[in-house]
Design a protein around this ligand. Structure first.
Ligand code: BTN
Length: 240
């Protein structure tokens, strides 16, 4: 897989989008040591100083159940960090990587259409690897953490990335062989919100109990009034 490496970019997502248009290739990765306009879901800024892993993986959508791909990516990240850094990282539906209830990384999955047809996916991965506590802006200090903060050690970003690519490829093979259930079962093992009371911050502000995830990646929630709802890519807070 071709990897385009940069010192500093606006956002690896933006660079990936530009390279798709220029090369028409659907199999490459863009990485950068630093981003000046890194962004996450809901157009939030993604703080991207030197020391983090910032990657955008371009791929062809290989399944109709598109919501499975970001879940597979989050699991690929979780597994890579667990194996290399030996820490017990968890996931939080739909695409957060967490440890000790703090955010360590996130995934954003963007689709590129050609006319009406979905042609490419750009899976953006941000992980706080070798970032010191003082490097986080004050509003993030409480909710964000890094591998360095948790382990007291620095890790090679490329080794983590290589492991993620390897894991993601293994999940892709499972999906292509209709074995998504294995991925969902792994998700069920590692998600911190399943079986808990949660608050969803969408238009309605739903409070309920996170029952399970569906085979297409949706979160099944039992609202306080008993009604079962299915959610796609919302923001979830755990009720204490
Ligand atoms: C989130 O938690 O909302 C997702 C964060 C995704 C951040 C990564 S960093 C690499 C890639 N480039 C970006 O601008 N965003 C993603």
């Amino acid at each position: 897989m071709k990897i385009y490496k940069f010192e500093k970019v606006s956002s690896t997502q933006k660079v990936a989008r530009k390279l798709i248009h220029e090369t028409k290739s659907d199999k490459f990765i863009v990485i950068a040591k630093e981003q000046t306009e890194g962004y996450g879901r809901h157009k939030r800024k993604w703080h991207s100083p030197n020391g983090g892993l910032y990657a955008s993986i371009v791929l062809k959508p290989y399944t109709k159940k598109l919501n499975i791909i970001p879940l597979a990516a989050a699991l690929a990240v979780r597994k890579a960090i667990n194996e290399i850094c030996k820490i017990d990282v968890k996931v939080k539906w739909p695409n957060d990587i967490v440890i000790n209830s703090k955010k360590l990384g996130g995934i954003i999955c963007e689709a590129i259409l050609a006319g009406e047809k979905l042609e490419y996916l750009i899976v953006g991965i941000g992980i706080n690897v070798n970032i010191e506590h003082r490097q986080f802006p004050s509003q993030l200090k409480k909710q964000a953490t890094s591998i360095l903060i948790v382990t007291g050690r620095k890790f090679k970003i490329e080794s983590i990335l290589n492991e993620i690519i390897k894991n993601l490829d293994a999940y892709k093979k499972l999906i292509e062989n209709n074995l998504e259930e294995k991925i969902l079962n792994e998700w069920r093992k590692h998600d911190i919100i399943l079986g808990r009371k949660v608050k969803v911050s969408n238009r309605e502000k739903i409070v309920g109990y996170a029952v399970d995830i569906k085979d297409d990646g949706a979160l099944i929630l039992r609202r306080n009034d008993g009604k079962i709802v299915e959610l796609y890519a919302e923001d979830i807070k755990i009720e204490m």
